[in-house]
Design a protein around this ligand. Structure first.
Ligand SMILES: *Cc1c(COP(=O)(O)O)cnc(C)c1O
Length: 457
């Protein structure tokens, strides 16, 4: 065994790859806990941290963060159920999303979550009707998601000041007093805004927070609604690429205290929420692949691995013209000097399946393990796992020196289980079609076998 090989909590990556197979996502619970604690320490105590499941919806990851003290920000019925089954208390759950369906709203009401974050006046009315029909005794709490009129700099994906499908334009909220007054069964208790993602400069986050708090105060005064909760988003980034640096957390903490303290003094009972996905989970995750072939094409060295962008679409780097590489390590000898640049690709039949382009690595041979670091956020959840029917990889959580499987790898049977093989003979039989009139409804398809039989007499 190679003493220098990469480990997580003392366990070698080789051992993890042997036990769970590759490709594999490995999450270090120690890093998850540290990241949460560091954030918790720098933020004013009046701010609650909610975990955005979108970044990594694994139920054990959610449960682990919940046990550290995080609430949950969910955006689908499954994410809601995940958070609740993971043990997050309903009072620490909010549900947002621009296109909630009635079933999702009903589940929020039934669970009694902290608030639904409403993204249109139509949605407010719909929820009002739904709560009325449910016969609930008390009005249901909602936050208004506002699309602020001010913009933001420094984000990879900026919101605010632009036409968006998210939230209600600040200008429209200002005019909404009459609409809100008509609501009987929902109660607006505050404001939500999210300014974008991948912020790496503390001043931008502080600027956004100050702007949202000021906007919330102003809107609440104008609309005559209380400020019991303000969710000011977050969007904290992590450095992925060579020219990026991690946030200065001390400076962020100082800046946040400065803008939160006066607000909290004016609104001592207001619950402040910061909702974060990427920042809480990215650093803890490594995507582990095994080199299958190492080959040269016209002077460029390629490592063709068993997993690629089908599990890690974020590594493709959509939205940037020049390919930028996530940090990649040779897990067998992470500290050796680079030998040459390798382009790391996966098994997909598309030239876009490039995880990293010309990344300098120690010599790689077939069978070697490579790891893409900082991959705990927007991995499988944001990747085309169905592409070429490879399915999703296994996921493992390492905690207190023990590795536990937290998601099974998809098998061929898993991939086929939800598909239906139609009876082509039954579809083609002209008599059957005549008898049925039309075979375009699911019921008719289900009956296709029976139609076949009807031919017999
Ligand atoms: C995606 C999203 C988040 C999480 O964003 P991160 O950048 O991963 O922290 C939080 N809130 C809203 C509204 C989002 O759309």
């Amino acid at each position: 065994m190679n003493a220098a090989e990469a480990r997580i909590q003392g366990i070698t990556m080789t051992a993890l790859a042997e036990e769970f197979g590759t490709p594999l996502f490995v999450y270090d619970a120690g890093v998850l806990a540290d990241t949460y604690r560091r954030l918790r320490r720098l933020l004013p105590e009046t701010v609650d941290v909610f975990y955005s499941l979108k970044a990594n919806p694994n139920i054990s990851v959610c449960a682990f963060l919940g046990a550290q003290g995080a609430g949950a920000e969910v955006s689908s019925h499954t994410e809601l159920v995940t958070a609740l089954r993971a043990g997050v208390a309903p009072r620490d759950v909010i549900f947002l999303g621009p296109g909630k369906d009635v079933r999702e709203l009903a589940a929020c009401v039934a669970a009694g979550i902290h608030a639904v974050v409403c993204e249109s006046l139509e949605e407010l009315r719909q929820l009002d009707d739904l709560v009325a029909e449910s016969g609930a005794a008390a009005p249901f709490p909602v936050l208004l998601r506002v699309n602020p009129s001010f913009g933001s700099k420094g984000s990879g994906l900026a919101m605010g000041g632009k036409p968006r499908q998210f939230g209600i334009d600040e200008e429209e909220v200002r005019r909404a007093k009459d609409t809100l007054a008509e609501l009987r069964h929902v109660r607006v208790k505050g404001v939500h805004a999210y300014m974008g993602t991948r912020f790496l400069h503390h001043a931008d986050v502080v600027h956004n927070t100050a702007g949202i708090l000021a906007m919330a105060e102003e809107l609440a005064g104008r609309l005559g609604v209380p400020l019991e909760t303000v969710d000011f988003g977050g969007g904290l980034g992590v450095a992925y690429f060579e020219n990026e640096e991690d946030l200065d957390l001390d400076a962020l903490g100082a800046g946040m205290r400065e803008v939160v303290a006066p607000f909290a003094a004016r609104h001592p009972h207001c619950r402040l929420i910061m909702e974060l996905g990427r920042f809480l989970t990215a650093e803890a995750g490594t995507y582990v692949v095994r080199a299958r072939y190492v080959k040269q094409s016209r002077g460029e060295w390629f490592v063709v691995a068993d997993g690629g962008t089908n599990h890690h679409m974020a590594a493709v780097g959509i939205g940037s013209f020049v390919k930028r590489n996530f940090p990649v390590r040779h897990l067998g000898r992470p500290s050796d000097e680079p030998d040459r640049p390798y382009t790391l690709t996966g098994p997909l039949c598309t030239p876009n399946d490039v995880v990293a382009k010309k990344v300098p690595l120690p010599e790689v041979g077939p069978g070697d393990l490579l790891g893409v670091a900082r991959s705990g956020a927007y991995g499988p959840t944001a990747s085309p796992g169905l592409f070429l029917s490879h399915g999703f990889p296994a996921e493992v959580l390492v905690h207190r020196g023990r590795a536990r499987l937290i998601r099974e790898r998809d098998t061929t049977e898993d991939m086929l289980a939800r598909q239906r093989l139609v009876d082509l003979a039954a579809l083609d039989a002209p008599d059957a079609l005549d008898d049925a009139g039309a075979v375009d409804t699911p019921d008719a398809l289900d009956d296709a076998g029976a139609l076949d039989g009807a031919d017999a007499p």
